[in-house]
Every structure is written in C-alpha cells, then in structure tokens.
Design a binder for this molecule. Structure first.
Ligand SMILES: Cc1ncc(COP(=O)(O)OP(=O)(O)O)c(N)n1
Ligand SMILES: Cc1ncsc1CCOP(=O)(O)O
Ligand SMILES: [Mg+2]
Length: 211
C-alpha cells in the first residue's frame, strides 16, 4: 500500500461523491469513508457508492471505525483506533482477505503489537497541527524513522499534512499520506491530489534500488 490516502471530510450525498471522484481522478490510491454520524441508511448508501467509484479507479476503499459496514459493502478494508473494535475482533469478523489498518498515534509499541497481531498497515499521527483533529497526539519524524527500521508493514502518516510537509514524511519512511483538509478544501481537488501523487512517485523513483 502506497500513495495518497484521502479521508472523506464529512460531506454527504452528491457533494461527497463528487469530491471523492475528483480525488480519484487526480490519482488518490486509497479512500477512507469517515462519517461520524449515526444515519445508517445514508452511511450504507454512501459507502456502497464510494466502493464502486473506487473500483472504477482501481483504488482501495477503507471504512473508518465500522467493521459491520465494511463487511456489508465488501470494502477492501477497515481502519480502527483505540475507541473502535479490537484488531482481533475485526479480523474475526472480516477474515484474512480484508485489510485492517490500526491507529498507533505516537506510540511505537502499539505498532509493534499491531504488527504482531496481523495488522495490514499501521498509522502514526498527528504529525502537524490538524484542522480536523486539533487535539490529536503529536508524532515526530524520529518516531517515524524508528518505526521504519523496526517494521516491515506499510506505514501511513496523518495529521495536518500539506504539500510542504509531505516530503519530510516520505523521506523518513512513510508509505502513505492520509489527508483530509489539504485535499478536500482545495478549490481544485483533482489537481491537488495529483500533486501529492507526484511527490510519492518522486520519492519512489529517488530511492536506491534493492541489490
Ligand atoms: C489512516 C488513518 N489514520 C488514523 C486515523 C485515526 O483513527 P482514530 O484514532 O480511530 O480516530 P477517528 O478517525 O476514528 O476519529 C484514521 N481514521 N485513519
Ligand atoms: C483522523 C485524524 N487522526 C489524527 S489527525 C486526523 C485528521 C487529519 O485530517 P487533516 O488532514 O485535516 O489534518
Ligand atoms: Mg476510529
């Protein structure tokens, strides 16, 4: 797993679909549906629509928090944090073929534990002040470097990421850049997503080839 990982910004209905479609056109590799409401009917409709949109663009589709919804719409994966289902329960409900991502905040020990329990990727953050989650714990580039050395799993970074800060995350071992505001608040979403994908490609191309 690698590239721009966009997370929906709370938009609903046609606005949501249009914003995600633009991000996918720009090259987003992964889309997470993050909707904190309890409107189950709308949530299921939107998740199903986003799933087909992602399929059309060969992007992975991940559901935030809700293991049952991920199962209902056959999403590619689910993302869980400390207030959500345990990784073991999510794995039991979803099986081996579904991706499970785990939030590890600023704690390497959580990531090592998640890796040992079979997580498919782990996420650290917030790396920068986040307009979406201003009180999120702050992670450092030093933590990211250590995690890169100790973990074989794909590493996702999140929190206040912009085009200016993204290169520092990629240079220190991030595989994925999870972004809400800097993509979905952009007046030109597709172009903004394409700029992120270009940064990821530049990093991959600049990396020394394994011997
Ligand atoms: C890719 C990614 N990383 C971290 C989070 C945060 O998850 P969590 O701590 O469960 O907080 P909420 O997003 O549920 O408020 C995420 N969603 N995605
Ligand atoms: C869900 C989440 N977890 C830590 S920061 C964050 C929000 C990231 O959004 P933004 O890109 O707007 O800072
Ligand atoms: Mg959560």
């Amino acid at each position: 797993m690698q590239g721009l990982y966009v997370i929906t910004d709370g938009s609903t209905g046609d606005t949501l679909l249009s914003k995600v479609e633009q991000a996918l056109r720009g090259g987003a590799a992964i889309v997470q549906y993050r909707d904190k409401t309890t409107d189950q009917v709308r949530r299921e409709q939107e998740a199903a629509a986003l799933r087909s949109l992602c399929q059309q663009h060969n992007a992975l589709f991940i559901i935030n928090d809700d293991v049952a919804l991920a199962k209902a719409v056959q999403a590619d994966g689910v993302h869980v944090g400390r207030d959500d289902s345990a990784l073991s329960a999510a794995r039991q409900a979803l099986g081996k073929a579904t991706l499970i991502g785990v939030s590890c905040y600023n704690r390497l020990e959580l990531a090592l534990d998640a890796a040992a329990q079979g997580a498919d990727y782990i996420a650290f953050g917030s790396f920068f002040p986040s307009p979406t989650k201003p009180n999120a714990p702050r992670a450092t580039l030093a933590l990211l470097q250590m995690a890169r050395q100790q973990l074989r799993l794909p590493i996702c970074t999140i929190g206040g990421i912009t085009l200016d800060t993204a290169p520092s995350l990629l240079a220190n071992g991030a595989d994925m850049l999870a972004v809400i505001t800097d993509v979905f608040n952009s007046p030109a979403i597709a172009q903004q997503a394409a700029r992120y994908q270009a940064l990821v490609l530049a990093q991959v191309r600049g990396m020394p080839h394994p011997v």
